[in-house]
Design a protein around this ligand. Structure first.
Ligand SMILES: *Cc1c(COP(=O)(O)O)cnc(C)c1O
Length: 358
């Protein structure tokens, strides 16, 4: 089976982990500090705060910006559940703006009409590794005095006009094993000095000095074991991303099946997912295409089959609302394997199976 994602762990990661284990200093310590420093440098941010997941990074990034009860945060309904859950954890209310059909990202032109007296922030998500139009979003934020917290959990190494995602606003990353780089489990916030100070305290149980506490914090530490993997993965990230982009270009040049819409190779896109759309004009339904690929030992996945406002968890809260583009694409999208370990044979096989649909 060609898997939909595959973490690439080499000798370097294994040796780094063993060296942490041998050191006896396993919890968050100097290796995590080193990882934070390198990650900040990589994205061009002043500070980076390591956490134990992308979800916890989003949670405390929002709190660090003073977001809480009764605030409204504008985000996309077409994303992984954690983008929205992290807002709910703070007591704030997620308000949705629909997406653009070709980029799958929040449509900046639909944000302003969602702004109320309660709006505090915009949370754009760089879905599938495709960077949002951050200039437009930042302009709106500036005009209405809003905070921008970016969800870049799928966009390590993505860039906008040659500037790294993570350098524009407070930005959160995930190191879950399916992402473009991994630590096994982990996350990172990149931000400025003021927010870094609060976020760092929040992730260390809210400790003001050893065993003294003045705010409600969380235990969202990374460990040096995870950070050791992250440091090695970060060195390999540019090469990983390069291969993802090459794979995406190969697909775009070779998939010729009618009724299948291919993604655009946008500047700065790092193809966390390579996501096609199976339209009504295709000779097979999406389910049939998934079945055909599986029969040929190719794993393909639907990210995401149901927009957030339609999920059981949230459907009561948004019951009279409709986000037609999100609803439409959730019925069309299909992500193909695009990870760096695909061989030429794998790539050919995926292309040939799709091109056999006539
Ligand atoms: C993976 C992901 C997260 C959460 O990251 P975890 O490390 O799994 O907690 C949040 N948002 C998006 C868009 C993601 O893809």
């Amino acid at each position: 089976m060609i898997p939909i994602s595959k973490p690439l762990i080499g000798r370097e990661e294994k040796e780094a982990v063993l060296s942490v284990l041998d050191s006896g200093m396993i919890t968050e310590g100097s290796v995590t500090k080193g990882f934070e420093k390198e990650f900040a440098k990589f994205v061009g941010a002043k500070y980076a705060i390591a956490t134990d997941s992308g979800t916890s990074a989003l949670h405390i990034a929002l709190i660090s910006h003073g977001i809480g009860k009764d605030d409204e945060i504008i985000t996309t309904p077409f994303t992984f559940i954690s983008s929205v859950n992290s807002i709910v954890y703070t007591g704030a209310k997620p308000v949705f703006a629909d997406i653009e059909e070709d980029t799958f990202n929040i449509n900046p032109n639909l944000i302003e009409e969602k702004i109320t007296d309660k709006t505090k922030a915009i949370m754009p998500v760089h879905l599938y590794g495709n960077p949002c139009d951050i200039d437009k979003i930042n302009k709106i934020a500036k005009k209405y005095n809003l905070v921008v917290v970016e969800d870049a959990c799928q966009a390590h190494g993505a860039s906008i006009n040659n500037k790294e995602v993570g350098s524009f606003n407070t930005t959160c990353f995930s190191f879950h094993p399916t992402k473009n780089m991994t630590t096994g489990k982990g996350g990172m916030i990149t931000t400025n000095e003021d927010i870094a100070k609060i976020a760092n305290k929040l992730k260390l149980c809210g400790e003001s000095k050893s065993c003294f506490y003045d705010i409600l914090g969380y235990n969202y530490r990374m460990t040096d074991i995870h950070a050791a993997i992250g440091l090695e993965q970060l060195k390999k990230l540019p090469e990983f991303n390069k291969r993802r982009i090459e794979n995406a270009i190969y697909f775009n040049e070779n998939i010729k099946s009618s009724g299948i819409i291919l993604p655009k190779i946008n500047e700065g896109h790092v193809f966390h997912q390579y996501t096609i759309k199976i339209t009504k004009e295709c000779k097979k339904t999406r389910d049939e295409v998934v079945g055909l690929l599986r029969n040929n030992e190719i794993s393909a996945q639907v990210y995401y089959p149901l927009p957030i406002h339609k999920q059981e968890l949230y459907k009561e809260d948004y019951k009279n609302q409709s986000y037609p583009i999100s609803e439409k694409v959730s019925n069309e999208v299909l992500s193909l394997p695009v990870h760096p370990v695909l061989t030429e044979e794998d790539l050919n096989k995926i292309v040939n199976v799709l091109n056999s649909i006539k």
